[in-house]
Design a protein around this ligand. Structure first.
Ligand SMILES: *Cc1c(COP(=O)(O)O)cnc(C)c1O
Length: 223
């Protein structure tokens, strides 16, 4: 492997997972599942996470997920793959055999495609709580109607997902709390919120799923 800063040290990953579990124990208000986000790392990151007791692994590009999932499956290991990135409709078919939870469903059209290719699939609805236009996700005002409509499809609508604002943790706290309140109003258990930079705040505001990359694996390779 090239640059040692980018290689995966399984012992270090195990330490980082232990530290993350401790952080969850200290800050969470509900039971929390960890999704180890392995994007841009090789299959060795997936194996290190599994060895540390992680079950769910997240990716945000379709091709990368499929390639890594095939490589990992060839070794006999069986992580639960989560898709955390923006989903293009024309990628749903190739993802469907692998993905156990779709985190970022942000339109009824996409939901319909997932229901067609993966009947009964577990999904989260992504809300854009920051108002940043380059972020995907439904405007908060459209979330309830979309959830209701999705309940009419052959899907298991489990909760909501958001990506926090960069930098401002007070602002993020308000947005996490707002997402949690929306989920509760809709009778949804899961809130996928909190990444390496805003974990404590997301946990304190009721996250049930955290998506963590750099805290577990270190800085991502850029290429
Ligand atoms: C990359 C990514 C993460 C993990 O980010 P870190 O800051 O490395 O923890 C979480 N969620 C999504 C949607 C991502 O794309």
């Amino acid at each position: 492997m090239a640059g040692s800063g980018m290689s995966i040290d399984p012992a270090r990953v195990a330490e980082n997972v232990a530290a993350l579990r401790e952080l969850i124990a200290n800050h969470a208000t509900r039971p929390v599942e960890i999704v180890a986000v392995t994007k841009r790392f090789g299959p060795e990151a997936v194996h290190a996470a599994l060895d540390a007791g992680i079950v769910a692994v997240g990716e945000n590009y379709a091709q990368e997920l499929v390639a890594k999932a095939e490589a990992v499956a060839a070794t006999g290991a069986e992580p639960e793959w989560h898709f955390v990135g923006h989903v293009q409709r024309n990628k749903v078919r190739q993802l469907a055999p692998w993905v156990r939870l779709w985190h970022s469903v942000d339109s009824l059209r996409l939901a319909t495609e997932i229901a067609k290719r993966a009947p009964g699939a577990a999904v989260l609805v992504q809300a854009n709580m920051t108002g940043v236009e380059t972020q995907s996700g439904l405007p908060p005002s459209e979330v309830a109607a979309t959830v209701h409509a999705m309940r009419g499809l052959d899907l298991d609508v489990r909760g909501l997902m958001m990506i926090g604002a960069e930098g401002d943790l007070d602002e993020s706290r308000r947005q996490f709390a707002a997402l949690r309140a929306m989920a509760d109003d809709l009778g949804l258990v899961e809130c996928s919120m909190g990444m390496s930079g805003d974990l404590e705040v997301a946990l304190e505001e009721g996250a049930t799923i955290v998506r963590v990359g750099t805290m577990l694996f270190g800085p991502r390779p850029t290429a």
